[in-house]
Ligand binder design. Structure first.
Ligand SMILES: C[S@@+](CC[C@H](N)C(=O)[O-])C[C@H]1O[C@@H](n2cnc3c(N)ncnc32)[C@H](O)[C@@H]1O
Length: 192
């Protein structure tokens, strides 16, 4: 997590917003430095954003304005919640869904986890819960710092017939080196 090049964190939001006609409600899993959340809030169609963050100190610092990037982020349309997003997706912790968009960026991606406990969020059970937390017609996007064929396959496994799954590779240059990040997108069918 750093602020050197937040373009892919913003892409996480803009790619989801571009795939939905009327995204009114959004769940963001992983506050970080708030780049994804600010990109969501920049869209006037969005009426409410729930941001779920594991780290209580980070949320406290955001509320106290101690981190410049996070100052003023919590406002009328945006609520911060301290919780494991996996618990929120099971319905075991507030806030309640469903949402039009579910955006997950809680770790580096399935191949390079900081928190081993996050592994299930990138596998069928966790992805199925994220898909089920979508309103009909909703969009789930998962951020990864690397191309992750297993994650792509697991998303295809949880998609219902007629729902679409896409891999969106994003080339990034950092310190003179080239990397390929990726977004994994599931578009839920319009029927409930
Ligand atoms: C890579 S950062 C997110 C970056 C964010 N997209 C941005 O725009 O700055 C990952 C964040 O997810 C949080 N996190 C890690 N595991 C989590 C979980 N299971 N539930 C909720 N938040 C989690 C971390 O504390 C960290 O703040």
């Amino acid at each position: 997590m750093d602020s050197l090049d937040p373009s892919t964190e913003r892409d996480l939001a803009t790619q989801a917003l571009a795939r939905h006609d009327r995204p009114r409600t959004v769940l963001v899993g992983g506050l970080g430095l708030g780049f994804t959340t600010r990109a969501v809030l920049a869209d006037p169609r969005v009426e409410h954003v729930d941001v779920v963050e594991l780290s209580a100190p980070l949320v406290r610092w955001a509320r106290a304005g101690l981190v410049a990037e996070l100052a003023g982020l919590e406002e009328e349309r945006c609520r911060l919640h301290v919780a494991d997003v996996a618990d929120v997706l099971t319905g075991g912790h507030e806030p309640p869904g469903p949402w039009d968009l579910v955006l997950l960026d809680v770790d580096n991606g399935p191949g390079f986890l900081v928190h081993a406990e996050n592994a299930d969020l990138y596998r069928v059970p966790g992805l199925a819960r994220a898909r089920d937390a979508l309103e009909p017609g909703g969009v789930l996007v998962v951020w990864s710092s690397h191309v992750a064929p297993d994650l792509h396959a697991h998303l295809q496994d949880v998609a219902a017939p007629g729902e679409t799954v896409a891999e969106v590779p994003i080339r990034v240059r950092r310190d003179g080196r080239s990397f390929t990040y990726a977004l994994y997108v599931l578009h839920r069918g319009a029927a409930a």
